[in-house]
Design a binder for this molecule. Structure first.
Ligand SMILES: NC(=O)c1ccc[n+]([C@@H]2O[C@H](COP(=O)([O-])OP(=O)(O)OC[C@H]3O[C@@H](n4cnc5c(N)ncnc54)[C@H](OP(=O)(O)O)[C@@H]3O)[C@@H](O)[C@H]2O)c1
Length: 176
């Protein structure tokens, strides 16, 4: 059957590929037919963990392919580093501190052209700087990680300065 042409391509960079980040990646891959029906293609162009960033060779043209994303999930589950996927080709690995600079490069390239969504599934305050820069470059930010929202008030104001560009949810539980 001919594939429907995607009306919208949505490039994504994922920060954090622990339990939540991996589930998101698997969900994106398994929902491709649903996305296609909606005319949307989610293009995962980069995935970062605490020490490195795996990024597509040319983030303007393509993302990490689905087989690679599945292998990435398996590798991280097994405790292997992102660099173990380098042999697959069509991707590069940058280690800290260069890695976050490369996320900003992608944000600069894509934020005001195709658009770029930065999804924070880490569990750290360390992403605040890159998220603020991404918002400045016109990117959208989606947070599973709530720490960036509980940082300094100036940072919170910056992150939420364009409210259409940020999405988050949280659950509050009180026990007596
Ligand atoms: N688990 C849940 O049910 C749940 C539900 C809702 C929301 N959340 C929130 O979702 C977030 C992720 O939860 P999780 O259970 O997936 O946590 P997790 O398993 O601890 O995974 C955290 C991931 O973040 C990576 N990371 C750490 N510092 C980073 C940095 N500076 N840049 C990029 N990545 C970095 C870690 O890298 P390494 O792999 O190298 O350690 C790891 O891959 C948390 O903020 C949590 O509060 C969790």
């Amino acid at each position: 059957m001919p594939q429907a042409q995607a009306r919208a391509v949505l490039p994504v960079v994922l920060l954090g590929c622990g339990g939540v980040g991996r589930h998101l990646l698997r969900h994106i891959v398994s929902c491709r037919p649903l996305h296609a029906n909606q005319g949307v293609a989610i293009r995962v162009v980069g995935v970062a963990d605490s020490s490195s960033l795996l990024v597509a060779d040319d983030v303007r043209a393509s993302g990490l392919d689905d087989a690679l994303l599945n292998d990435l999930c398996s590798a991280k589950s097994a405790g292997s580093p992102l660099s173990s996927l380098l042999a697959r080709g069509h991707c590069q690995v940058f280690n800290k501190p260069e890695a976050m600079g490369k996320v900003i490069d992608a944000a600069t390239m894509l934020g005001r052209t195709t658009g770029l969504v930065i999804v924070d599934c880490s569990a750290t305050y360390d992403t605040v700087g890159v998220l603020k820069d991404a918002v400045d470059h016109g990117c959208c930010v989606v947070l599973a990680n709530k720490k960036p929202l509980t940082c300094a008030y100036e940072d919170f104001k910056k992150l939420t300065s364009h409210f259409r560009q940020i999405r988050f949810e949280s659950t509050v539980c009180t026990s007596y």
